[in-house]
Design a binder for this molecule. Structure first.
Ligand code: GLC
Ligand code: CA
Length: 542
């Protein structure tokens, strides 16, 4: 089976915020079609599309009411097929989001299931006896509040690890699995190139009387018994030349080998550990040493047996240029250099390639994410002032990543001609794609250069990773080593200058420059001074 994704670079599209072709304020499939030449010029090989299926949008498409239809906001099935055909013609593959831990509460299965205990669809979901005041257990959902919602009609409650409008499917029921597998094959037969499996490590649950000790999510994180379902999924995927990437929180870097090895369940998984936060809510910072330790542990543990999915941004996190960088183009380039040359398949989240920054939220009306609204309510109830609650919630909200993509300096950043569903960042006037396309020193040009570099040299996909300066609190430095050659990556991910002492075996080699984000680059030597966000890549001369 071809393992094309080992040399590929991915681009994540959040369709609502990518490009609005019919000017109703919401991004759509025709908008993506229109911008395929841009993606081609960037040099990416595949797109991962966040959900575009029919959905009441309680969780922006992650609550699906029909797996085999497109939400009218985005277009039609015909638009989707047009996108697939045109993307393929442009040499770009399409990966779809697969959300099968739960459906929407408006999915016909759940509407049936709610009708009563005897309904044939009842067992498609997870129900347990309850009263309004006594839920089956005290487990908490990821979005705040109980994992249970009481149903007056039947004297039972149903289970959900996310919002009440996202009831969890009962994977123990073979009929549910058959329906899901049929749907998966339907998409694969249509010719799509793979799936990103949403929340996949949650499909198996502990018994309802499981006792939580430390980790509140333990009862539904990679629980024993999941192997059977993952193996069934793998057998379906194996019949197609596709790639699969799982969102698999709770799968440790050690266990991830089993998930992503040559005959593992999936080709790769996203780890969710590297956003190591420190500080009080409302003023959290990324802990750089923690971030570096997690990323390098995953590099080491997956080694040559598993495979990493590399990312620094997605639709669930703030902008990396704001939380790790200082919002300068130089810092955005340093971060790109650091992660794009690790071992694995890099994903770029829309806007990251121009160094888009966090949004200065001024009121909760500008916030969309349900979990942020829940948290806001909880904070108000526990005595926070509205200003305090707003600050706490918006400091790290995932909505930072969902403001419209900044195409050009004009009205609404060239995203739409109508007021967009979410506010456009005011820095779109100068921070935008059109400006950066003209500038060889831009963040965008740097990304293009890194993508080309990665693809030109098989060393970047195949060779081993070795961390150096392991305990340096601000420099992320590593080697990529093949039998014949090595590459040295040096990045200062901090606002502070510093000094580094390279190991003699590194300093003694002869090096030439491959990539830089500064005009002047010192020759490699035992001791080097690094200015804030300096990022240099050297290749051994042999
Ligand atoms: C994943 C998605 C997130 C969504 C959740 C529920 O974590 O990335 O956006 O809210 O699953 O489907
Ligand atoms: Ca639209």
């Amino acid at each position: 089976m071809s393992r094309w994704w080992k040399n590929a670079v991915g681009y994540q599209i959040y369709p609502r915020s990518f490009r609005d072709a019919n000017h109703d304020g919401i991004g759509d499939l025709q908008g993506i079609i229109e911008k395929l030449p841009y993606l081609q010029s960037l040099g990416v090989d595949f797109i991962w599309l966040n959900p575009v299926y029919a959905s009441p949008n309680v969780d922006n498409g992650y609550d699906i009411s029909d797996y085999q239809d497109i939400h009218p906001d985005f277009g039609t099935m015909a638009d989707f097929e047009e996108l697939l055909g045109k993307a393929h013609a442009a040499g770009i593959k399409i990966i779809m989001d697969l959300v099968v831990n739960h459906t929407s509460d408006q999915h016909p299965w759940f509407l049936e299931a709610k009708k009563g205990k005897d309904n044939p669809y009842r067992d498609y979901y997870l129900w347990a006896d309850a009263t309004e005041n006594k839920l089956p257990n005290a487990w908490q959902s990821f979005f705040g509040g109980s994992t249970w919602t009481y149903d007056d009609n039947s004297g039972q409650a149903y289970f959900h690890v996310f919002a009440p409008e996202q009831p969890d499917l009962n994977w123990k029921n073979p009929q549910v699995r058959e329906e899901i597998y049929r749907m998966i094959r339907w998409w694969l037969d249509l010719g799509i190139d793979g799936f990103r499996l949403d929340a996949i490590s949650h499909i198996q649950k502990e018994p309802w009387d499981f006792r939580i000790t430390d980790n509140p999510w333990a009862p539904f994180m990679n629980v024993t018994g999941i192997e059977v379902y993952m193996q069934e999924l793998k057998e379906i995927f194996d019949a197609y030349p596709i790639m699969t990437v799982g969102e698999a929180s709770g799968v440790s870097s050690k266990k991830a080998v089993h998930w992503t090895k040559e005959d593992g369940y999936l080709n790769m998984i996203f780890e969710l550990e590297h956003n190591v936060r420190e500080g009080q809510p409302g003023a959290e910072q990324l802990n750089l040493l923690g971030f570096k330790k997690v990323l390098s542990r995953w590099q080491k543990d997956l080694g040559s047996n598993g495979w990493n999915a590399l990312y620094v941004e997605n639709h669930d996190n703030p902008r990396i240029a704001s939380i790790l960088g200082d919002e300068s183009p130089k810092s955005a380039k340093a971060i790109a250099t650091m992660y794009m040359l690790l071992k694995g398949t890099p994903f770029i989240y829309q806007g990251q390639e121009i160094g888009m920054t966090n949004f200065a939220f001024e009121s909760m009306d500008q916030v969309d994410a349900q979990d942020s609204h829940n948290l806001y309510r909880i904070l108000l109830d526990s005595g926070s002032s509205p200003e305090e609650a707003l600050r706490n919630v918006t400091h790290w909200t995932r909505d930072h990543s969902r403001t419209p993509l900044q195409w050009e300096g004009g009205m609404f950043g060239g995203f739409s001609e109508l007021l967009p569903w979410m506010a456009v960042n005011s820095n779109a006037s100068h921070l935008n794609i059109a400006e950066q396309e003209k500038d060889e020193q831009s963040v965008l040009s740097h990304y293009k250069q890194l993508i080309r570099l990665r693809k030109k040299q098989s060393l970047f996909s195949e060779s081993a990773f070795e961390l150096i300066l392991k305990n340096h609190p601000q420099v992320f430095a590593y080697l990529r080593k093949s039998d014949t050659k090595q590459v040295l990556v040096l990045t200062n991910l901090s606002r502070k200058p510093c000094q580094i002492d390279l190991p003699t075996r590194v300093a003694n080699k002869k090096w030439q420059l491959l990539s830089t984000n500064t005009a002047d680059v010192p020759a490699v030597a035992k001791r080097l001074q690094m200015q804030p966000y300096d990022a240099w890549v050297f290749e051994e001369i042999i």
